[in-house]
Design a protein around this ligand. Structure first.
Ligand SMILES: *[C@@H]1O[C@H](CO)[C@@H](O)[C@H](O)[C@H]1NC(C)=O
Ligand SMILES: *[C@@H]1O[C@H](CO)[C@@H](O)[C@H](O)[C@H]1NC(C)=O
Ligand SMILES: *[C@@H]1O[C@H](CO)[C@@H](O)[C@H](O)[C@H]1NC(C)=O
Length: 423
């Protein structure tokens, strides 16, 4: 596939700036326009002496270098979202979860200026040599709105899932992360533990016990202005409420999910009508990302048995809960580590606890990727991940044990219940 070998900086920055076609960067996600991209890059590099194309030919490894699929170690597709001013946070998070086996799609929402998007692409290109060579990081060129309470965020997530399906046929799980999130284990640990997990399982926190949410989150009818008005980031609420649905059972939970590839295909490819009819309903639901995937998976006979009722995130909620969990800091460190979960949310930009996670758990140096078993540069002054070897090998660290224990417990619960959607 051609998009895979496009340098990310070129795909985001060149696309918008130099092609006169609207939405050109967006189309980097579609194979037929990517072909145009390659020729445009060639022409541009001939004219302006860009280094992009020579790097592209010289360093592109053969896809056969990384083995993925059912018989091999799993791979993840990360969708990382941020807003205005989040370039550094998104880059830091990317460095903390980077692995050549995985695929990454970065999205700065429409409130961020165009310059931040090309800045992000350029920084990825400069900071992660492996991302240049493996071509596994893309930046969404034409950003969508992300109204805090509205459905434009769900639209962006579905768009990302669809793009990731098209860009890459090798990943097993779709993981949503936000610029305020951070991992608590290395990718080597994550891949190692997930290698024992059936690939058709999805991880999401859900319940049909709606409680206070029924009146405040289920019944109000809203319209997200970000979907049809340029430069708007609010929503309108109808004066009337509607009844809680009867034709399907409403589930709600945490908006942060890890979805199996088969479930993502079910959502996107639409051979069944349920994903579409629910989407039409959820367009007017407040905070639809807390409920769409949850209601869909639990109302689908084919997928309800594949749901593990846990989102694998460490979050601490205030009482009564706000829209977002509270900001984690060094006081939370010990509890956070004890939990064994792979991700935590949410952190203040540059909080000291992130440095502690970097130095203690991830062994990550400033502005460098986490040194996994794939990194092979040995000289002490070099970034270990500036050279690489076999990306089919992972070396689990001490944290993998705790996560494996948690996963075993979750899988046992899942086996004994088999259908978490009944509760
Ligand atoms: C899901 O599990 C239930 C038992 O809990 C079983 O009756 C049903 O056939 C399973 N569905 C699928 C698609 O495996
Ligand atoms: C999930 O995949 C396993 C094989 O890995 C299969 O045996 C099982 O039936 C699948 N479960 C469902 C509910 O589709
Ligand atoms: C962490 O946050 C809590 C409140 O959320 C606060 O009480 C505590 O003092 C903070 N700890 C540090 C080290 O800043």
């Amino acid at each position: 596939m051609i998009p895979r070998s496009l340098p990310p900086a070129a795909s985001a920055a060149l696309g918008r700036r130099h092609l006169g076609v609207p939405a050109s960067a967006e189309k980097l996600l579609l194979p037929f326009v990517s072909v145009c991209f390659v020729s445009v890059i060639l022409v541009l590099s001939a004219i302006s002496g860009l280094a992009a194309s020579s790097a592209f030919f010289a360093r592109c490894p053969s896809p056969a270098d990384v083995h993925r699929g059912a018989a091999h170690l799993p791979a993840f597709a990360y969708y990382i979202v941020g807003g205005r001013g989040d370039v550094r946070r998104v880059l830091r998070l990317l460095l903390a979860v980077y692995h050549p086996r995985n695929r990454y799609l970065l999205h700065l929402s429409a409130d961020a200026p165009e310059s931040e998007r090309s800045d992000l692409a350029a920084r990825v290109w400069l900071t992660i040599p492996a991302a240049r060579a493996f071509g596994n990081v893309d930046v969404v060129g034409k950003a969508g709105a992300m109204t805090p309470m509205g459905s434009s965020g769900l639209a962006a997530t579905l768009h990302a899932a669809s793009a990731l399906l098209r860009l890459d046929d090798g990943w097993d799980w779709f993981v949503t992360l936000n610029a305020a999130d951070y991992p608590l284990i290395t990718q080597d640990d994550l891949i190692y533990v997930f290698s024992d997990v059936p690939r058709n399982l999805s991880f999401m926190d859900h319940t049909s016990d709606l409680g206070w949410k029924e009146e405040q989150r289920v019944q109000p009818i809203i319209v997200d202005a970000g979907i049809y008005l340029a430069k708007r980031k609010n929503y309108f609420q109808a004066s009337d409420n509607r009844d809680t649905p009867e034709s399907f059972k409403f589930f709600t939970g945490s908006p942060w999910v890890i979805l199996s590839r088969s479930f993502v295909e079910y959502c996107i490819l639409g051979w069944d009508n349920l994903p579409r009819t629910l989407l039409l309903y959820f367009t007017n639901v407040i905070l639809s990302e807390e409920s769409y995937f949850h209601s869909l998976i639990c109302n689908s006979a084919d997928f309800q048995n594949t749901t593990v009722n846990n989102d694998l995130r460490y979050m601490v909620w205030d009482d009564p809960p706000g829209i977002e969990p509270h900001l984690l800091n060094t006081t939370d460190y010990a509890e956070m580590i004890k939990s064994g979960v792979p991700f935590a949310r949410q952190f203040r930009h540059g909080d000291a606890v992130l440095d502690k996670i970097d130095s203690t758990i991830l062994k990550r140096r400033n502005n460098k990727a986490v040194p996994g078993a794939w990194c092979s540069a040995k000289k002490w002054w070099m970034d270990p991940c500036s050279q690489w070897g076999n990306a089919d090998i992972v070396k689990p660290g001490p944290r993998a044990k705790e996560f494996a224990r948690l996963m075993q417990k979750l899988l046992n619960d899942w086996k004994s219940e088999s259908n978490s959607c009944l509760s």
